[in-house]
Design a binder for this molecule. Structure first.
Ligand code: 5RP
Length: 229
């Protein structure tokens, strides 16, 4: 049986076949995408020519280290494909993302991409979204009041300001993340809309109707492709 890291690697390496010569792709963030970047770096050494639009400073740095050409979204006419990880994937392909704190750029890049392929280990497949705390990116000003307004919606039992290494976690865009413990999200569309109505909320980790396909890797080495639309 494969370890968790080996499973993630399987998904990342498999997804590299979707990246065609001469294309520009959006590249997500996280420990599964790490393996995709690693594989693409190998293929670039062997002659693959691609440009990537990174969804975080971390991904930009990893891509540069792997000698992959990095561009900003503003310089791109059209994105045909983005590949990214996820924290939860429901049977309809609705997602929770932002465990790595890069949800804002990830969502912008995904929203302008014709196709969004999610790569993940099978632990990310869920019947209903919500066990994984939903990340919500907020501006730092008034975050306590915003936190309370999210609690007051009644959708989430607890809302915690994310910390890392004993300090408040700061996103690439200098915001905070509020992790919302909702347990079960019965209507992801509604929750996303309600959260967006709260002044101070920048973006939510609910990615609705964005994923076109998931590549899921299993402990026994099996890879499954799930098409969503
Ligand atoms: C980062 C994300 C990641 O895609 C998500 O957290 C999954 O990460 P990993 O592949 O490390 O499990 O949304 O903001």
């Amino acid at each position: 049986m494969l370890s968790q890291e080996e499973i993630k690697k399987q998904a990342g390496v498999y997804a590299a076949d979707f990246v065609k010569q001469g294309t520009t792709i959006g590249l997500g963030t996280g420990s599964t995408v790490y393996w995709l970047i690693d594989e693409l770096g190998q293929r670039v050494k062997e002659g693959l020519e691609i440009v990537i639009v990174p969804t975080s400073a971390q991904t930009a740095q990893l891509a540069k280290q792997a000698n992959i050409t990095v561009s900003s979204l503003d310089r791109i006419e059209r994105l045909f494909l983005t590949i990214d990880g996820a924290d939860e994937i429901d049977p309809k392909g609705q997602l929770i993302k932002g465990g790595g704190g890069a949800l804002l750029q990830e969502k912008i890049v995904a929203s302008v991409s014709d196709e969004l392929i999610i790569i993940a280990d099978n632990s990310k497949l869920v019947h209903q979204l919500g066990k994984f705390p939903l990340p919500v990116e907020v501006i730092t000003f008034g975050y306590k009041q915003v936190r309370q307004k999210i609690v007051d919606t009644g959708f989430c039992k607890e809302v915690k300001l994310r910390e890392k290494n004993g300090e408040y976690f700061i996103t690439d865009h200098r915001h905070y993340i509020l992790d919302c413990y909702c347990e079960k999200i019965a209507d992801a569309f509604l929750l996303n809309d309600i959260l967006h109505l709260i002044p101070g909320v920048v973006e939510t980790g609910l990615f609705i109707d964005m994923a076109t396909k998931a590549i899921i890797a299993y402990e026994d080495g099996k890879i499954e492709e799930i098409a969503f639309r």
